[in-house]
Design a protein around this ligand. Structure first.
Ligand SMILES: [Zn+2]
Length: 484
């Protein structure tokens, strides 16, 4: 997750949402969700007698059959890493180094140097620099065969801990920098991606096309994925698909989770400044009591979504994260109050849906009315940050069956929608995208939430993360070649 931009993660609440205690065995839910438009299409065709099927329908059936056979064949041809004994030490070494040396967004200098050096040792020579995010490491593996270009993305940045907090001494590895910690698992993801680069360099014959290894800085702060998107780096590399995984606390090691469609909300940030007349605390009637008025406005806009929107159809969360006002003395009512917060939604808060007003219009109408009531002037600013994260339904359909066949009993596709946000979302409107959750809980590790000092990961998760990313690189090319 981002600070202050609210970001990632992931499915820390997924186990809870499934009603499972954190130590429960891996859920084996195999619910398979097709996008509604595809379900309708299948139903419509199935209702029609075969004799009445037109050429186009027969062609569709033939294509569907061929596609299914191809995917099945592709799944059979996929390679699960069987030499992890040589790759896991690379992952473990990288994880230990990154965890010892946490760095904030766009300052991942050590991580950049370490990762690029290891990639060069592995034989990588094709690197793409970023001018806007120079600590990024973007390496390309060319299979030497025609095929699509797919990107595998991992983050690199760590996070600051609350003032006075440090990572517990019992953790191993342990942050060597007081007040900083990899407590969102980005060291895990980067290490696994480096291991995947090692695995695939040894097995280029498993691939077609090219794989772009994207080690992305600044996921926790503005200017990570959004800068890379603005620089059009991936478009220039002709990337068509992008995949990522994120540690999911409380989800058992061995479980991979993903659901199609919108899965995480977009994040937006606002400030609201209120100004009125100060007065002596003994005579509020001589001023505007800005502080008390601000408190009432905070209460009103925090509860607005469930009162002004059909919340089940239009999920919106408004959370106030700052309220400050200071009269300078205990007997002075302040003339100014500063409010700040975040809006989480699956829509652009500035854009009005057909026949309705936008989220911003709704809030402003409320604020304007209250400001008038309390005789306050107000200044409102809303910044739209990351969009919702959307797992492409077509790519989901083309990926998950093959993944499940090679990863039996490990892929949980139960529906998930959360109001967290993730800057991977910036890629999702541009490229076919899938964002996976990686189970990290085992033997008492991997249960604490992201962004806490107690966050840990069970090292057995590395093996599953490596397998997932290695399979995705293969499926990303195979699936594309078999689709019409
Ligand atoms: Zn994260």
């Amino acid at each position: 997750m981002q600070i202050p931009q609210g970001l990632c993660l992931a499915r820390s609440s997924r186990a809870t949402s499934l009603g499972l205690p954190s130590a429960a065995p891996a859920p084996r839910l195999r619910v398979y969700f097709s996008p509604p438009h595809q379900r309708r299409r299948h139903l419509e065709i199935n209702k029609r007698p075969m004799s009445r099927l037109g050429t186009s329908s027969l062609t569709f059936f033939a294509t569907l059959l061929a596609c299914t056979q191809s995917i099945a064949a592709s799944a059979a041809a996929l390679h699960v890493p069987n030499d992890v004994g040589s790759v896991l030490p690379i992952i473990q070494q990288t994880y230990t180094y990154l965890h010892h040396n946490p760095e904030l967004g766009k300052k991942e200098f050590k991580a950049h140097e370490f990762i690029e050096a290891r990639l060069r040792e592995l034989g990588y020579r094709d690197f793409v620099p970023s001018t806007s995010v120079p600590t990024a490491v973007i390496a390309i593996l060319d299979s030497g065969r025609p095929g699509p270009v797919v990107a595998l993305r991992a983050e690199m940045d760590a996070r600051p801990l609350p003032s006075g907090e440090n990572e517990p001494d019992s953790h191993s590895p342990h942050s060597e920098l007081p007040g900083l910690m990899h407590n969102c698992g980005h060291d895990v993801h980067a290490s696994i991606l480096l291991g995947t680069a090692a695995e695939l360099m040894h097995h280029r014959s498993w691939l077609h096309g090219k794989v772009v290894f994207l080690f992305q800085p600044a996921e926790e702060t503005p200017g990570g994925a959004d800068d890379i998107v603005a620089e059009t780096l991936l478009e220039k590399l002709k990337v068509t698909k992008i995949y990522a995984e994120h540690s999911a606390p409380g989800v058992p090691v061995g479980t991979i989770a993903i659901s199609p469609g919108p899965t995480m909300a977009g994040s937006n940030y606002f400030t609201l400044d209120l100004d009125g007349r100060s007065s002596h605390a003994a005579a509020p009637f001589e001023g505007d009591d800005v502080l008390l008025s601000a408190a009432k406005i905070v209460e009103a806009i925090s509860t607005a979504p469930a009162r002004r929107f059909e919340i089940a159809m239009r999920p919106v969360v408004v959370s106030i994260t700052k309220l400050s006002a200071d009269g300078g003395a205990s007997n002075v009512l302040p003339s100014h109050a500063a409010i700040a917060g975040t809006i989480r939604a699956f829509e652009d808060p500035k854009t009005a849906p057909a026949g309705q007003s936008s989220i911003e219009q709704n809030l402003l109408a409320l604020i304007e009315g209250l400001a008038k009531t309390y005789n306050l002037k107000y200044t409102w600013n809303l910044r739209v940050a990351s969009p919702p994260t959307i797992n492409n339904p077509i790519l989901f359909d083309g990926t998950v069956p093959a993944l499940s066949a090679s990863f039996p009993g490990k892929v949980d596709t139960s529906p998930y929608k959360g109001m967290y946000s993730e800057d991977f979302a910036y890629y999702t409107p541009l490229f076919q995208s899938l964002y996976f959750s990686l189970g990290i809980a085992k033997d008492g590790l991997g249960n604490a939430g992201v962004h806490t000092k107690d966050f840990t990961v069970h090292p057995d998760a590395f093996r599953y993360g490596l397998t997932l990313m290695t399979l995705l690189a293969q499926i990303g090319t195979v699936e594309s070649r078999t689709r019409p």
